[in-house]
Design a protein around this ligand. Sequence first.
Ligand code: MTE
Length: 368
Amino acid sequence: DVAATGIVKPLPPELFIEHGTNAEMRWEAMSGQGHLTPADRFFVRNHVSTPLIDPRTWRLKLWGTGLHGAPAEDRPVEFSYADLLGLPSETLTAAIECTGNGRGFYTTQQGQQVSGTPWRLGAVGVARWRGVRLAHVLRRAGLTRGAVDILPRGLDADYVDKGENLGRVRRPLPVAKALKDVLLAYEMNGAPLPPDHGFPVRLVVPSWVGIASVKWVGDIQVADEPLFSPWNTRYYRLFGPGYPPEGSAPLTRMNVKAAFELPWDGTLQAGRRHVLKGRSWSGNGRVHRTEVSVDGGRSWHRARQHDAHAADTGWVRWEFPWRPDAPGRHELLARATDVTGASQPSTAAYNTLGYLFGAVVRHPVTLV
Ligand code: MTE
């Protein structure tokens, strides 16, 4: 059973911008919110429609040469929803961000043609996830020392790209990452996962490209050799000038970014004091510093950051007081620097699929 409209939850236009089967959050939707992105405003990235899954019949099936006895696909090790709920649980605050977040700026800021959803910066959200560690489930299923890669696969319908059926969404994950900090999540912000975010169970792969966090997971192949799917060969690599024909290595960590909690191209009153607010995040770990420029990038000023004790895999909130005097069009810039020293350049390196846009975004406002 699938949602007729692609996405189940309401997508009020003041909170979301729809792109086909996907919906990005408008950043002003985070204004006044706490640390977490509420589920009702969390972006949705669906290759096909949200499937509606009955948790009573759902099973997680593990199989493959990386498990003791090498169970075949049709004789897997199975866990029911109740089995998973009965295992020791953990919670984790982590962002999920689409690899293409910011893609639209390759075109609007850099004049480059790229293919894929032209997101602004709203294909990211931070939630508190609860579930069972994938490591725990893999070990219970009989993980061998020789296991190299796992391949979780969603229960949504086959994905067809320009007439070619690529099968169900599945993205290989190295066992080392799977054992490190990955969750089989069944709760988001204290409630069961909403259908659009993977009910009954999804992977949450902290700091990595969103595609790794497979939703509606139905089975996981565990192999003693490297695994491939279109989602680590044809997509989620960098292609274009400077890259080999097969592309870069598959993308893993997300890059550092910052966003204002302001309407895109909105208005602000001149002649009065504003507190500009926003958030910064990085797949490399904690954000150390965010700077704001209100003069088009000529001078930068440090914003005051909150969330000093926030998880490395979430984001930090920041604010910057500003009193604009002259009415007219204006651009606001925010630039984050993470714990590795990685920061945001003024131009992002081009790749044909428009992944990992990491440049400073020039946020337009009109002062009235
Ligand atoms: N899992 C399945 N089964 N099908 C999908 O289309 N999209 C992936 C990932 N997991 C996807 C999936 C991508 S590209 C992203 S960015 C995240 O889910 C988005 O998660 P969200 O929709 O909960 O925000």
